[in-house]
Design a protein around this ligand. Sequence first.
Ligand SMILES: NC(=O)c1ccc[n+]([C@@H]2O[C@H](COP(=O)([O-])OP(=O)(O)OC[C@H]3O[C@@H](n4cnc5c(N)ncnc54)[C@H](OP(=O)(O)O)[C@@H]3O)[C@@H](O)[C@H]2O)c1
Length: 354
Amino acid sequence: MARKAFIIGGTGQIGCAIAANLLENGWRVTASHRGHRAPPSELIERGLEVVTLDRQDSAAIASALGSGADALIDTVAFDETHARQLLEVETSVGTLLVISSASVYRDEAGRTLEESMQTGFPEFDELITERQATVDPGPGTYSTRKMALETTLQEQAGCPVTVLRPCAIHGPGSQHPREWWFVKRMLDGRDSIPLAYQGRSRFHTSSVRNIAELTRICLDNPGSRTLNIGDPDPPDVAAIGQAIARYMNYQGKFIRISDDDAYPPRVGTTPWSCPRPFLIDMAAASEIGYRPVATYEDSVLETCRWLSEVAKTAPWRELFPVLAGYPRDLFDYAAEDDFLNCNNNLTVSVRTQS
Ligand SMILES: NC(=O)c1ccc[n+]([C@@H]2O[C@H](COP(=O)([O-])OP(=O)(O)OC[C@H]3O[C@@H](n4cnc5c(N)ncnc54)[C@H](OP(=O)(O)O)[C@@H]3O)[C@@H](O)[C@H]2O)c1
């Protein structure tokens, strides 16, 4: 008989990718959500079942799980309270998998991604493994709450628990599509796009397709573990721009800004821009048999296609609330033009490659 998976937050970008992968591999899948966004019709046609609930309502989760599931996947667990909700239903499920974040890591000086504006960007000598120090669990920030979620489950669950730590997630259906930083400029006909740090920043990307594939491998091999999940050969910012330019048929230029090492930089600050690399190690996932199914360059085309269509339907700030909540103006074209006019001796322009 087909194994059964229940996804909390099953109609989001991660949930849809996991549902697609598991359906493809013979699972029965139920996606739960509050009903704000319709699940893709192709998933319904392939047998996805959908239930409406609010994850704050523990009784609704227990009721929707009914006689149970082989796997309970939670894409929207953020804190200890959510961990305790999952523990309440753990006897009905074979294994648990939750989405945490690579933002939990801290460097030797205690610097984190989340507090980088105050303390400076964290510095890691090597790829970040799952053994890297993390923030302490607690109620203080997004990352400390994620650690409280992780530790509560790991210390108290009776069933196997997998924790996945993605980095900069990308995929269709995102509420936080970083790619919009480039796509909007290209749609707006900007002929020059400045890139801070010469476009050399590398901030690990995580395709929803790779997250879904690692999820499947983990469910096939239940165990208690914490795993990074990032794309193979993560591109630098200039390569991200080139990949998007190819899809958008963009004929303009990228301007690599070479003088500005400040953090944050004055202009050209893409959502991936950072003065030092933030790259995660994927060896632990490989050891359990995971192999990536997508590169950034391949999978971003699907995201760009979706972005180009969805952007016609509503103002971007409504569509992408997380992106709209950034503490800076992502599209301050006047500042870019001023900077480029005054500093053209400090830049190197690069034509996009078709
Ligand atoms: N974006 C990144 O780069 C990044 C990086 C690291 C980790 N993460 C983690 O990724 C996760 C977000 O996943 P995602 O990108 O797939 O999110 P998403 O696209 O925004 O989807 C969220 C899903 O959860 C549902 N949902 C939201 N609140 C709910 C609630 N109270 N009860 C039931 N369902 C609810 C949404 O549907 P309804 O709105 O209809 O309920 C939707 O199905 C979070 O755990 C985040 O910490 C994100």
